[in-house]
Design a protein around this ligand. Structure first.
Ligand code: PMP
Length: 385
């Protein structure tokens, strides 16, 4: 049997207990036993998002659906949305928002950077904005944004803060209540540790109040939270209700994975990811590779590295042949110049070491000048500290 380590930025390698949960026979989505499982999962989400009184929504769909949920419900035609642009996924958010309003402004920085707080504040000041969207970790560049500071700017200027936590939630420090973030969402296949197919959203109490001020109907049927609110409220109380069939077996897996996440504890989890990310990134620097993320902006969950001179995207295939699946670049125009590695969720120090080892051998096979062991030594230093 071929055993390959999956180190892309989602889907990640899943814990066997989570996968086993998914294989259990389906219950009816309207029987009490399922209500209790879904209820427990929804209640756990408050702890993961660190949002005590928020309203969780778990919908069948990928992360893009969760992005669309926030756009469809919280911006109306003619209202303005400001997008903090840290890469291709931020830009995707602008595209989604344009389906709901014509007034969308991207505030961009250089590749690998976050636009300055001053630049973002100038955009918020220029004209009233309904929302400011922030990609916590942009998976296309491996850049982490200062969510706390950006959310504070949004609040100061009366805009809702909307955080795409798809490549960050349950791995990178995030405190929805303390940072007064209005909307945060993620997808199951990343640090949440559940196969792809669930979009998870947490709306603050204030976001729920602002929703009541809408002037026009939500123009998207599946995403309309008026349809979902009674259902989520029922399940959270271990009862059942129906609007559209939930992904029953993924909810089993979510329940188990959230139990594991909370057993580890959020603070230890943030620290573990910071250390894994740091070890991997030092390993890459030890090999002489340059990261797309500027110093200090490297995400704990994913790393994006330029290919060294003389090496091209064939590296990805060579690393796969060495037993580790990694990902190519995705930023338009820049995609052929870099590759990406995810290190989140069930990822272990041994996975980091195995991946750096496979990258070293792959680089050698590509004809790059590489000192075998240089990346491993740098990473091991951090992992053994
Ligand atoms: N935003 C971010 C930051 C992401 O990493 C991704 C997925 N890589 C998405 C949005 C889109 O999510 P999905 O592919 O699950 O629709």
């Amino acid at each position: 049997m071929e055993r390959k380590l999956l180190m892309i930025p989602g889907p990640i390698s899943f814990d066997p207990e989570v996968l086993r949960a998914q294989a259990r026979p389906s219950l009816s989505h309207v029987e009490a036993d399922f209500g209790a499982i879904f209820g427990r999962a929804l209640r756990s989400l408050h702890q993961v998002f660190m949002c005590e009184k928020g309203q969780p929504f778990v919908l069948a769909g990928s992360g893009t659906l969760a992005m669309e949920l926030a756009a469809a419900n919280f911006v109306e035609r003619g209202q303005r949305a400001v997008v903090v642009d840290t890469g291709w996924f931020s830009q995707r958010y602008a595209d989604i928002l344009k389906r709901y309003t014509d007034d969308v402004e991207l505030v961009s920085g250089e590749v690998g950077a976050v636009p300055s707080l001053d630049k973002v504040e100038a955009a918020l000041k220029a004209r009233p904005a309904k929302m400011l969207t922030i990609t916590h970790v942009d998976t296309s560049t491996g850049v982490i944004a200062p969510v706390k500071e950006l959310a504070a700017l949004a609040r100061k200027h009366g805009a809702l803060s909307v955080v795409d936590g798809i490549c960050a939630t349950a791995a990178c420090e995030f405190r929805q209540d303390a940072w007064q973030v209005d909307i945060c969402f993620t997808a199951s296949q990343k640090a949440i540790g559940v196969p792809a197919g669930l979009g998870l959203t947490m709306l603050s109490e204030e976001a729920m109040q602002r929703f009541q001020q809408r002037q026009t109907p939500v123009p998207n049927y599946y995403c309309d939270i008026n349809n979902w609110l009674p259902v989520m409220q029922a399940y959270e109380q271990d009862k059942v209700a129906y609007f559209a069939t939930p992904a029953v077996n993924l909810i089993y897996a979510l329940d188990v994975s959230l139990k594991q996440i909370l057993a580890e504890g959020m603070e230890p989890r943030f620290q573990r990811h910071a250390r894994l990310g740091n070890a991997f990134q030092e390993g890459m620097r030890g090999l002489g590779l340059e990261l797309l993320a500027k110093p200090g902006l490297e995400a704990p969950t994913i790393s994006a590295m330029y290919y060294p001179e003389g090496v091209d995207a064939s590296l990805v295939g060579k690393v796969a042949a060495n037993g580790v699946t990694i990902a190519g670049g995705v930023m338009p125009g820049l995609a052929p110049k870099y590759f990406r590695v995810g290190h989140m969720g069930a990822c272990t120090p041994s996975d980091i070491v195995a991946t750096i080892g496979a990258i070293e051998r792959g680089l050698l096979e590509c004809g790059a000048k590489v000192q075998l062991g240089a990346g491993l030594a740098a990473a091991q230093q951090i992992l053994s500290d």
